[in-house]
Design a protein around this ligand. Structure first.
Ligand code: ARG
Length: 464
């Protein structure tokens, strides 16, 4: 640190330099430079309010605003200046301002603390990032809907416990993700709604004796209102935790699609193929084509869960109000937001790129007794109680397994020995394609229902 201590924002009462380690240890500029735009936007609103409320002269306010706008351009252009040593973005902007417009710049921080300033910056930043994430999720949903529409002729075995369970339309399976992404978006909007209040004016934590107008700042910055309690305003980080939690849940959903992409592109499944653009090779095994993008989405999920645990733990049991521990909130926040945005985009590319293999899926339809439930349901329509129908079907499955064949390959004579109620119409029932399209309950896998889902999503996404 070459800077004389008295020049530091808070240096007045200090006579000794911080130790080099202490200076480096407490410095957050590399990280919080990320929201320099929000910091300056907040300062412009603050200075304007100081002017209109007569706390500083209009002239001074105008000079400060003008200086801040120039600094914004400079930072946009050049990044972190190398000739100024500052501990965070707030002191950097103020130092640059004083250099640029002289002592008037020193009036900017009137009636404000870095505690409410950083709280404001984070809320402004959240708005930009969450809006962008919601857009990305919408684009991703559209890609899934498009693929669902293009795959209406594909029927696959649906799984429970990763065992063949019942046949479903591939489109139906894909649309499940659209429902997840819709809930993810609404979780982000919800977090944003609670965060959408201006904390500025809380000052250090107790409020200020200057006649400030908090509403004016909130209006100018487009918040829906102001926070209600100054202590809470500088202490609260739950809106960040909610946001990271929404990221974590989104990542959990993406990781499930990623896992299915890995599994389905294996030679055991071969349900899907990804192009060279989204796969990688092995440095030793020339034949390999690996689904690394999907694996990385799966892997990055851990990082985002970690960010959530990180901030929850940082905030745990912190006494009110501001504590410097809270400076550590930014890295997990930024990382979770950026990682989630990347992974949503990568998922969009994966689904756009995916080529599904109808033949492979069809082959799998004829193993694993996918239509056993159909047989049981059929018996119910012939006045057999469901529990008895279940048991009869179970016995037939065991018989078929023993004889190495599928249910529809059993002759009617055999079927009838297990239940006289079984008639010739059973073979239609055991056909997986017909089975799918009979599932016409609302939200079921019949094509009529799947088309309704597609229509609903399209209308809904176009409205937004
Ligand atoms: N860099 C700090 C943070 O991110 C800003 C607030 C510092 N306030 C203070 N009283 N030291 O939390």
């Amino acid at each position: 640190m070459t800077q004389p201590r008295a020049d530091i924002l808070w240096g007045g009462r200090f006579s000794e330099q911080p130790s080099p380690l202490a200076a480096r240890f407490s410095n957050s500029l590399e990280t919080d430079f990320t929201f320099f735009r929000e910091d300056i936007t907040g300062s412009i609103a603050h200075a304007t309010m100081l002017g209109t409320c007569g706390i500083i002269s209009e002239n001074d306010a105008n000079a400060i605003v003008k200086g801040l706008k120039l600094i914004l351009l400079e930072l946009e252009e050049n990044g972190i200046p190398q000739d100024i040593e500052c501990e965070d973005i707030h002191s950097l902007v103020e130092t640059m301002l004083v250099r640029k417009i002289g002592d008037v710049g020193k009036k900017l921080h009137t009636a404000r603390s870095r505690n409410d300033q950083v709280a404001l910056d984070e809320r402004l930043y959240l708005r930009v990032k969450i809006d962008a994430l919601i857009d990305l999720l919408r684009t991703c949903s559209r890609a899934f809907i498009e693929k669902a529409e293009a795959s209406l002729d594909m029927i696959m075995p649906g799984y429970t416990h990763l065992q063949h369970a019942q046949p479903v339309m591939l489109s139906h399976h894909l649309l499940a993700y659209v429902a997840m992404f819709d809930r993810d978006s609404s979780r982000f909007s919800d977090a944003l709604w609670r965060s959408d209040l201006s904390p500025l004016g809380a000052a250090a934590f107790a409020g200020t004796s200057f006649p400030i107008d908090r509403e004016q700042i909130a209006n100018e910055l487009g918040f829906r209102g102001i926070t209600i309690n100054s202590v809470d305003s500088v202490s609260d980080r739950d809106h960040l935790i909610e946001t990271i939690s929404a990221c974590a849940i989104t990542m959990m959903h993406l990781s499930r699609f990623a896992e299915e992409s890995v599994l389905w592109s294996s030679s055991e499944f071969s349900f899907v193929r990804f192009s060279d653009r989204l796969t990688t090779g092995s440095s030793i095994m020339p034949q390999k084509k690996n689904p690394d993008m999907a694996e990385l989405i799966r892997g990055k999920t851990g990082k985002v869960y970690g960010a959530l645990m990180n901030l929850l733990t940082t905030m745990k049991a912190l006494p009110l109000a501001y504590n410097r521990d809270m400076q550590e909130d930014k890295q997990p926040l930024f990382d979770a937001l950026d990682t989630t945005a990347d992974c949503v985009q990568m998922t969009t590319e994966l689904i756009e790129d995916a080529t599904f293999n109808k033949e492979k899926m069809t082959v799998q339809l004829s193993s694993g007794f996918l239509t056993a439930t159909e047989l049981a349901d059929y018996l119910v329509t012939k006045a057999v109680a469901f529990r008895d129908a279940h048991s009869i079907t179970g016995k037939l499955v065991a018989y078929a397994e023993e004889h190495n064949c599928q249910l529809h390959e059993l002759p009617i004579s055999v079927l009838k020995t297990y239940s006289p109620q079984i008639g010739d119409d059973i073979y239609d029932v055991l056909d997986p394609v017909r089975a799918v399209h009979r599932k016409r309950s609302a939200g079921g896998t019949a094509i009529s229902e799947v088309l309704k889902q597609i229509e609903q999503w399209k209308q809904y996404l176009n409205k937004k």
